[in-house]
Structure formats: C-alpha cells, structure tokens
Design a protein around this ligand. Structure first.
Ligand SMILES: *Cc1c(COP(=O)(O)O)cnc(C)c1O
Length: 379
C-alpha cells in the first residue's frame, strides 16, 4: 500500500531518543525541549516558541493566553480541521464562521470586514456581536493545508476593531506570506507536530509569539500557573507541555525541514504537471502572494460525487487516498454557531477535494504509479 502520508524518521531521531533516555530527562523539562523551541522559532521568524502536547492544546493555550473565555465568539473560517473549533470550545467560547476565498481557501477578508462592520457594535471598547450579545474576542485565520491566509488584509481589519489574531498555522511551518515566514504574522501562531504533519514529534504543537509578556504568560499557564517552588498557583491553568522525548524526535525532524519542504513542493508539482490535461480536475490553490508549505497534495474534482468512488478504486490498487475536511457548519457540535454570511465557497470546495500520497519519502516510482492509476480513473 502506498500510504497517504507517513513520517521519515531516518535521521537523528533514534540517536536523540537514546540520549534523552540515558539523561533520564524524559518529562517536560530538558535540553531537547529548549533546543526544539529555539529551532522552530528561528525557522519561522518568531522571537520564541512554547512547545505543547498537540496543535489543539497550543490553540487552547493561545486563546487562554489572550484571555479569550466563556461567552466569547472567535472568528473562524468555515473550512478547517475541527481542532480549531474544538480549541475555541475548550476555552468556553464559540466560533463565528466566515467563508474562505477561492484563490487561497483561507479566511475571506471581505466577509470578515463586512461582518464586523455590519453585525457588531462597540460597547465600552468591546466588540459585541449584535444578534447574540456575545463579545467578539479574537480572529483565528487558518493557514489552510500550509497556505498562509491574507494576513496584511486581516491585520488591518483586526486593528480597526482592536481584535487579537491567533493563527492556526498547524501545517504551515515553512510557508511564506509575501516572502515572510509565518511566525511573525499574528499575535500568536500555533503549529502542530502530529504524525501526519511535515515535521513530527510523534504528537505535539507549539505557540509562536513575538511579545515577551505573552510568551511569559503562555509558559506560566502551560505549567499550571505555578508561582514558585511552593504549591501556590494564581490561575486555573494547564499542563500542556511537550515532553523531552517528543522534542528529541522533533529536533531531529526540524534538522531536515528544508529537505522535507522541497520534497512536498516537488510532489505537488509532479501531480500538477502529470494531471493538468485531465478534464474536470483542478489543484489546490496558491495565491500569487503566497508560498504554500504544501502539507498535502491532491486534486479538486469538478464533480464531488466522484470522490468516494475514486478513493475506493485507488484503495483497490493499493494506493491510499482520502476525501478531506467537511465545513464546520455541518459538524453536529457547531451547526448552530453564528455565520458572518453565506458559506458557499467552503461548501462548494470541501466535498470536491481528494488528497493523494505525499509522504516526504514518497519515491518517484511510487508517485508515477499513483499518477498512472489515477489517470486511468479520471481521463
Ligand atoms: C493538524 C491540525 C490541527 C491539530 O493539530 P493536532 O496536533 O492534531 O492537535 C489543527 N488545525 C489544523 C488546521 C490542522 O491541520
């Protein structure tokens, strides 16, 4: 079976794990955690990183760090992985869904601006959603599939309404926005190192931030808001820390970031070149101002009804492929959340996406086989 996406652990992973175990520092304190945080922050252009147990917990920690909580609304694009919405729920808040742009599949700044202008009022310096009376507390753009959101446009709108931005950058390590890396585009950006991401720590995540006081607050909340060596804690907080074992794997992985990014780009380009003559097939977008990290490769079918049948046929040929995210507004826990407007682009795109094998160690022979079988199905 050619897998959809599996990690390449053939670098220093085993050696660092061995060293980690021999040091006995296997828990949430250790040199690998510190080194991994520094390496990721440097690779993404951020001042500092705070490592966490997952991308989801990084998002929750970011929300708590910015004091987003019970009764709040957080603006979120309708097309994302459900973890973004779940983190908002974990904070006691609810998502307020906006549509995506067709040329990037990321948060639509036009809808964002119109919804904030028309559907909120400012009361005592607080942005309030008119219909529900809830405070609008933050904007959470998503760098969909590793493609950055249009952050300059979003930042101008956010500033006008005094809203902080938490970017769900889970799969975007290595992406660029107008030539800039993604660690410095939002108040806080959150990464994931889940097993299927471009680099993995087994499981894990990280907050990226440039504000020293926010970094300190995130670190404080991440270690139970403990005040000193006595057991006194000044807030209800978390233990979302990454372990040294996870960071040992992560550090070995990030040493190969450029190589992995180049592989992802090469794989995406090869599918595009080999399938560009197929009728009714398009590709994942890349806006002219963006350099996607190409977390996933795949195609977009004109006829979404064919996705499941093609997945089944590829599976029969021992090729793993999959349909992708559903819009958030159809997910049972989120179907009643407010909407900034029509979610028609997310609804149109989501059911037509088909993801294809794109492991960083996918051989050109295996990719040629995927292409050959797929051509037989769609041409
Ligand atoms: C992977 C992903 C997450 C979740 O990360 P975990 O580490 O699995 O918790 C969140 N948001 C997006 C957009 C993702 O792709």
């Amino acid at each position: 079976m050619i897998p959809l996406t599996v990690p390449d652990l053939s670098g220093n992973e085993a050696a660092y794990l061995q060293r980690c175990i021999e040091s006995t520092f296997v828990s949430s304190i250790g040199e690998f955690v510190t080194d991994f945080e520094a390496a990721v922050a440097e690779a993404s252009g951020a001042v500092a990183g705070v490592a966490t147990s997952a991308g989801t917990t990084a998002l929750h920690l970011a929300l708590a760090t910015l004091r987003v909580g019970r009764g709040d609304l957080v603006i979120l694009p309708d097309y994302t992985f459900i973890a973004s919405a779940n983190a908002i729920s974990m904070a006691g808040a609810r998502p307020w869904f906006m549509d995506i742009c067709r040329d990037s599949w990321t948060l639509d700044p036009v809808m964002l601006e119109a919804a904030l202008d028309d559907q909120t009022v400012e009361r005592d310096g607080v942005c309030v959603h008119r219909e529900t009376g809830e405070r609008v507390a933050a904007i959470m753009p998503v760098h969909t599939l590793g493609h950055p959101a249009d952050m300059d446009a979003i930042r101008i709108i956010a500033q006008r309404h005094s809203l902080p931005i938490i970017a769900d950058a889970a799969a975007a390590l290595g992406a660029r926005y107008k030539g800039r890396p993604i660690g410095n585009l939002a108040d806080i950006s959150c990464l994931s190192f889940n097993g299927n991401k471009t680099i993995t720590s087994g499981g894990g995540g990280m907050i990226l931030c440039n504000d020293k006081s926010l970094i300190a607050r995130a670190q404080h909340l991440n270690s139970t808001a403990r005040l000193g060596t006595n057991y006194l804690h000044d807030e209800a907080a978390f233990n979302y820390r990454m372990t040294n074992i996870q960071a040992a794997v992560g550090l070995a992985q990030i040493e190969r970031l450029e190589e992995f990014l180049a592989a992802k780009r090469r794989i995406a380009r090869a599918y595009r070149e080999a399938l560009s003559d197929a009728k009714g097939v398009t590709f994942f977008p890349e806006a002219e101002w963006a350099e996607s990290a190409h977390w996933f490769s795949g195609i977009v079918l004109e006829d979404g009804d064919r996705v499941n049948e093609i997945v089944a046929d590829l599976t029969k040929a021992e090729i793993q492929a999959r349909a992708f995210w559903l819009p958030m507004h159809v997910q049972p826990p989120y179907k009643d959340c407010p909407r900034g407007g029509s979610l028609s682009i997310a609804s149109d795109v989501a059911p037509r996406v088909l993801t294809l094998p794109c492991s960083t160690n996918l051989s050109s022979g295996d990719q040629a086989r995927v292409i050959e079988v797929l051509r037989g199905l769609i041409i």
